[in-house]
Design a protein around this ligand. Sequence first.
Ligand code: SF4
Length: 259
Amino acid sequence: MLFDQIAYGPIHSRRLGTSLGMEIMPLEHKLCTFNCVYCECGWNEPINHPVLPTREEIKAALETKLRQMVNGTCENGKCLDVITFSGNGEPTLHPDFLGIIEDTCALRDQYCPSAKVSVLSNSTQLGRPDVVQALKLCDNRILKLDAATDTMMRRIDLPLNPNLTVQTLIQWLDQFNGDFTLQTCFLRGEHNGEPIDNTTPAELAAWYNAVGILHPKQIMIYVIDRKTPEKHLSKIPREEMEAIAAPLIAKGYDVIISA
Ligand code: SF4
């Protein structure tokens, strides 16, 4: 599933409400630093010269959409809960990500002041100060940590940088002092003959430990919901997801379960 418009929707998201989607990666191509076994966009494909929409094109597409909404069914943009950056890959890879977020916040203030600006990110670019600065301007940072052991993170997310470690990801995530939503997809299966399961007692212990270090203001745990590129994956039942969330809820964490 790939997006072919810079600004699309609004769509109703089970996690975010009425959301105007922003696609700032190449249209009709996925560009990502992960190659997750469950990715709804499919496997990464080689792209020689990815063509990204420019900052100006993104600003124009968003302004057109917001104008249409305000002049149409929507009064002062009140029908819009959130402007969400996600889509065909990792939005923070855009070299003008900071400027794009600055433009977005300014347009939001002008047309739909009550709407939030949210970014879903795989956390791999948090070593870049401009990306951290941009994410701090947003209302919601939804940041991925699918497993807290290197072995399982690499099996699930297949990072393009094979030396990426969970320790690095945790250090980077810690820059937000807990002011973010931690997002984890729980799943079981196998890939290339290697087992995948981030719900074992050892994996969960490592993940709970990471949650304890990061203390995110919200935790979003979810299951595979659509066709996945790796066919040998299975969905975790709702009861198990509730059992995973229970110890965190007991400690006072805000946990959203999408299952
Ligand atoms: S981080 Fe997101 S876009 Fe990238 S491969 Fe994983 S699921 Fe797909």
